[in-house]
Design a binder for this molecule. Structure first.
Ligand code: SF4
Ligand code: SF4
Ligand code: FES
Length: 298
């Protein structure tokens, strides 16, 4: 827990009064704090646990189930991202049952959505030996919505959406409290939509881009990135990322500027920042053109 500086300049270290809880992760005893999740304990034990609907800044809604583990005494597999630990809990992460379940979840997602730009998911597909060819394309249905390009800030490509709810949470109670998007439809028609499916500019969206920041598949992406990818010129390996402070207001949000060929192409914010938790407003997220559009450029 980090130290904080008070109004009179003294430094205080907040005391964490949560009790200690000891759990077993694959036979290793891990000491955690009350309220931590099984995923926290797995991370502390150095286990690589796949997660899709979990994010450090959003409330997990247990939508994907890729993080499941075995818990002694539990009849079914348990989502590690949301289940709090209990004293003496015995957790197994490396069993055939866990591997098989994670593999199936990944196969279902990758055969119903385009996950080609989701680096983590691509890695886990390999790790868990997912075999997409065993699914008949006739029996799997993929969302085929056209990419929604409604402004110059970000695009929505819902054929990449894995329905993880993170954007809905970020737009709602977890960050923005705008509620411009929600889950709509049923079954294969389940999708993220604005109210009455209006365009973003006609919706309640305030363009904070906090949905873009949490999307795990690039279904939501900066228009700059979308355009560069279309021209086969999106080159993360050639980009620099510079941390700076937003100059628009006194909140002083941290910005991570992704720069390619001397142009800002994407703006993120560190999710571990205690004030903003990775969230920005429209100015910090998208108002960077003034940096590079000087009168002499026109
Ligand atoms: S658009 Fe992205 S964040 Fe939103 S539900 Fe789909 S995959 Fe998740
Ligand atoms: S991102 Fe918005 S809230 Fe944060 S410092 Fe910039 S203008 Fe202020
Ligand atoms: S990451 Fe735990 S249920 Fe999705």
């Amino acid at each position: 827990m980090s130290a904080t500086t008070t109004w009179n300049g003294s430094t205080e270290r907040p005391v964490d009064i949560r009790s200690k809880v000891t759990v077993s992760i694959d036979g290793e005893e891990v000491s955690m704090l009350e309220g931590d999740t099984i995923l926290d304990a797995c991370n502390a034990a150095g286990k690589d646990t796949p997660t899709i609907c979990y994010g450090p800044t959003v409330t997990p809604v247990n939508a994907c189930r890729v993080c499941v583990v075995e818990v002694e005494g539990s009849r079914t597999l348990v989502p590690s991202c949301s289940r709090p630990i209990e004293e003496g809990m015995v957790v197994t992460t490396d069993s055939d049952k866990v591997d098989h379940s994670r593999k199936m979840v990944l196969e279902f997602l990758a055969t119903s959505s385009d996950v080609s730009q989701a680096e983590d998911i691509q890695g886990w597909l390999g790790d868990y030996g997912a075999d997409l060819d065993r699914y008949d394309p006739e029996t799997t249905e993929r969302m085929t919505d056209e990419v929604k390009i409604e402004d110059d800030l970000y695009v929505r490509a819902y054929d990449r959406c894995v329905l993880c709810y993170k954007c809905v949470e970020a737009c709602g109670e977890d960050a923005q409290w705008t509620f411009a998007i929600a889950m709509s439809g049923r079954g294969f028609n389940n999708r993220i939509a604005t109210e009455f499916n209006v365009t973003l500019p006609d919706s309640a969206c305030v363009y904070c881009g906090n949905c873009v920041a949490v999307c795990p598949t690039n279904a939501l992406q900066f228009k700059t990135e979308f355009d560069l990818r279309k021209m086969a010129d999106w080159r993360p390996e050639d980009q620099t990322v510079t941390r700076t402070v937003c100059s628009y207001c006194g909140v002083g949000c941290n910005l991570d500027l992704h720069v390619q060929d001397n142009q800002i192409v994407k703006v993120e914010s560190p999710s571990d920042h205690s004030i903003t938790n990775g969230n920005l407003c429209v100015k910090g997220r998208f108002g960077y053109q003034y940096v590079q559009n000087r009168p002499s450029d026109s």
